[in-house]
Write a protein that binds this ligand. Structure first.
Ligand SMILES: O=C(CO)[C@@H](O)[C@H](O)COP(=O)(O)O
Length: 239
């Protein structure tokens, strides 16, 4: 078992609070039903992650109930069994060093696209901004081992989209940190709903590739508040 070094204690404590609090965002944005989604965060500088306990109601989650595991899903600290998707999250962290947060939901519109096995076409500016492409479909995989993680990594490697629709299952998103992965999950459901509504009335034209590129570049590099004097890149990275 990996014993976290004492110098990581403050960061683990902070991540327990952050991951716990972010689960309320899944509820707030209507992305989960009962206990059907989970969030994790990598512990920077260690082969560890903080993840939700399995099957515990969102309103009963506490920072202390978050589970610290290694990146193979083995519990390091915690009184609860970790999420059913722990192996999948760990596989993503092992394969994608730039990822610091992973989210899984069964948000209804996006999961309807996953049930059809159909990518969400990039046809609105909000999609180009956040995803820079169609939101892709990943393979079906049984819940438990790391097959879901393999599907997430295979689909998102080299892809701009931080979201994948795992076939017949639901959404997995990645981010530099857990807040960015939650944002991608919120935006994924939003564009899934909009595209669903648009398609009720006939075909929807895709955006031109050059427009997708321009929109993605602006949103990723210009939009919002940029680091400035007195604000460090670290304070910006998870927004
Ligand atoms: O997709 C599934 C099961 O269908 C899981 O992701 C659960 O919906 C959430 O599991 P826990 O994180 O509570 O174990």
């Amino acid at each position: 078992m990996t014993v976290p070094p004492p110098e990581l204690r403050p960061e683990i404590h902070r991540l327990r609070r952050e991951v716990c609090a972010l689960h309320a965002e899944l509820v707030r944005w209507g992305l989960v039903t009962w206990t059907s989604g989970n969030i994790s965060a990598r512990v920077p500088g260690a082969e560890l992650m903080v993840i939700k306990p399995s099957g515990v109601s969102y309103d009963e989650l506490t920072p202390e109930s978050m589970v610290l595991t290694d990146l193979h899903g083995r519990t390091v600290e915690g009184d609860h069994a970790p999420s059913s998707d722990t192996d999948a999250h760990g596989y993503v962290y092992r394969a994608m060093p730039h990822v610091g947060g992973v989210v899984h939901t069964h948000s209804p519109y996006a999961t309807a696209w996953a049930a059809r096995g159909e990518p969400i076409p990039c046809a609105i500016t909000a999609m180009a901004d956040e995803f820079g492409a169609d939101i892709p479909v990943g393979p079906f995989a049984l819940i438990g081992g790391d097959d879901i993680g393999k599907g997430v990594v295979a689909t998102l490697s080299g892809h701009r989209s931080p979201a994948v629709l795992m076939r017949s299952h639901g959404v997995f998103t990645i981010g530099a940190g857990p807040k960015a992965a939650v944002k991608a999950a919120v935006m994924c459901e939003d564009v899934a709903r909009t595209m669903h509504l648009a398609l009720q009335h006939g075909p929807v034209p895709a955006l031109a590739p050059e427009h997708v590129d321009a929109l993605y570049d602006r949103y990723q590099n210009v939009y919002g508040q940029r680091p400035a004097a007195g604000r460090t890149p670290e304070s910006e990275e998870d927004s």
